[in-house]
Design a binder for this molecule. Structure first.
Ligand code: P53
Length: 473
């Protein structure tokens, strides 16, 4: 990989900072989600309740321990570090007129420390941590007012950190809310809490529309504040393959891809793809999309495509079907050709190369792999070591595929930041036990442990990958 390639690691504020009330921080949606387990969903409580376990309240205690972590990142050779700014540290309730100085100061200190160690911050604005007050009082992104609240937050941090941060992303995995009838992504992405009989699908499209407008306005505002800013979208890239060459399977996979990636079309093209207004008509969705919104989308296209890549999916069609009304996850089928993680995530490095080609052909923009990684049960040995050869093997195969996409296929790639470079709380299950890190954190699912840091085998392996510009895998 080229010398200026941004090797690094990625996290999100709510999953590792902890200190959920420090410095005047407000309650975010992550603070009302309890601990789940593999196969056991997290509960969302009505506010913070006594007697429940909320893992994001402590994370891995990065808020207090980051100077030690930043030194370890530097030792691995990180050129960048992706995290998010917790919205509730800056605007505790989300609808204040003035920001919270203590929160702003925390990120000043963190970014200064990173920069002093030669690591540039890469920042996500909204990563599953909407102020809970905005959910309760305004209904989250079902409400157009959210555009203004988000924009105030974005402009505040753009101005404050304009000389410290160059790479930004607006909404983390904006397309992760397409799963049918699953309440968690709707809350995490959009702050929606719907009743069973609400029109889930229309609500999702409407919230996503307001987010896309908010994102486009933020891109414009950011470029005015600093024309050198690079502001990207963030897409959860899980390509969906047809099960066979049967034409109906291929058409179903095409519709599945349209339904999962139209968000990227709007971010990158500044307009809706042709099939989607037709779909709204067919479904009878009454959407609030104004001419001013459409103008904003066109004027605020992103500079690059940030994306996560963990896995691929497969679907199949039905003979005689003309609707191809793909529903996630019920229309997914198993891929007979790939293995799975303990959490059922299908391991497919070729899918990364395929995705990068697909996005290049469709969106014509530089890309940034801002998440990729392997959640696994790690076993710490008596001497403190962790032999995570399964993780090394996942990374080796995926980095190889990434390098093929760049060097053989011509994809323009800014950087690579493996997810959870230090162990943190899982977004989907709330577990610590689903570990991703090169750095082990001694804490369990109940927040018990010393929280001490130690290096896994993958730590030295990744260090050597970076030192050799991706040659020595
Ligand atoms: P966890 C689902 C599918 C793909 C990526 O996920 C996802 C999710 C939602 O969990 O989320 C991203 O922790 C997300 C991170 C998250 C990471 O992937 O569930 O941006 O916040 O931690 C890994 O194993």
């Amino acid at each position: 990989m080229p010398k200026d390639f941004l090797w690094g690691g990625a996290v999100a504020a709510h999953q590792l900072e902890g200190a959920w009330q420090a410095g005047g921080k407000g309650v975010s949606i992550a603070d009302v989600m309890t601990a789940g387990r593999n196969g056991v969903p997290r509960k969302v409580t009505d506010g913070v309740k006594d007697g429940e376990i909320y893992p994001n309240h402590w994370g891995d205690d990065f808020y207090h321990r980051y100077p030690e972590d930043v030194k370890l990142f530097e030792e691995m050779g990180f050129k960048c570090f992706r995290t998010s700014i917790a919205w509730t540290r800056i605007f505790p309730n989300g609808d204040e007129d003035e920001p919270n100085e203590a929160g702003l100061k925390f990120y000043d200190d963190l970014f200064d420390d990173l920069l002093a160690h030669g690591i540039q911050p890469v920042i996500t604005l909204s990563h599953f941590e909407i102020p809970y007050h905005l959910v309760k009082e305004y209904g989250g992104f079902s409400n157009r007012k959210m555009i203004d609240f988000f924009l105030r937050f974005a402009k505040t941090v753009f101005k404050r950190y304009k000389d410290k941060v160059k790479y930004w992303m607006t909404f983390n995995e904006i397309n992760n809310q397409t799963a049918w009838d699953d309440p968690h992504p709707l809350l995490q992405n959009s702050g929606l809490q719907l009743d069973k009989d609400d029109n889930w699908e229309q609500a999702m499209y409407q919230a996503a529309h307001y987010e896309l407008v908010a994102s486009a306005l933020a891109v414009q505002a950011g470029h005015e504040i600093n024309p050198d800013f690079q502001i990207g979208c963030m897409i959860a890239m899980c390509p969906i393959y047809p099960l066979t060459a049967k034409p109906e399977d291929v058409m179903m996979a095409e519709r599945a891809m349209q339904k999962r990636y139209w968000f990227g079309d709007v971010h990158c093209w500044g307009e809706y793809p042709k099939w989607l207004p037709k779909y709204f008509d067919q479904k009878g969705f009454d959407m609030d999309i104004t001419a001013a919104d459409l103008a904003a989308l066109k004027a605020g296209t992103v500079d690059y495509v940030g994306f996560s890549y963990y896995m691929s999916f497969v679907t199949k069609g039905q003979t005689g079907d003309t609707k191809y009304d793909f529903k996630e996850p019920e229309d997914f089928v198993e891929n007979p050709y790939v293995e799975k993680s303990d959490w059922g995530w299908q391991i497919d490095p070729v899918g990364l190369r395929y995705s990068m080609n697909w996005m290049q052909d469709r969106w014509h923009l530089p890309q940034f792999i801002v998440e990729n990684g392997f959640g696994a049960y790690d076993e710490k040995q008596a001497d403190g070591s962790v032999h995570d050869d399964y993780r090394i093997s996942y990374f080796r195969d995926h980095i190889k595929a990434m390098e093929e996409a760049v060097n053989l296929d011509g994809v323009d790639l800014i950087g690579y930041t493996p997810w959870g470079c230090i162990d943190l709380v899982s977004a989907s299950t709330g577990e610590m036990a689903k570990r991703y890190g090169f750095i082990y954190v001694d804490a369990d699912d109940n927040g018990e442990g010393s929280f001490d840091r130690s290096k896994k085998d993958s730590f030295d392996w990744y260090k050597q990958v970076i030192a050799s510009d991706g040659e020595d895998l």
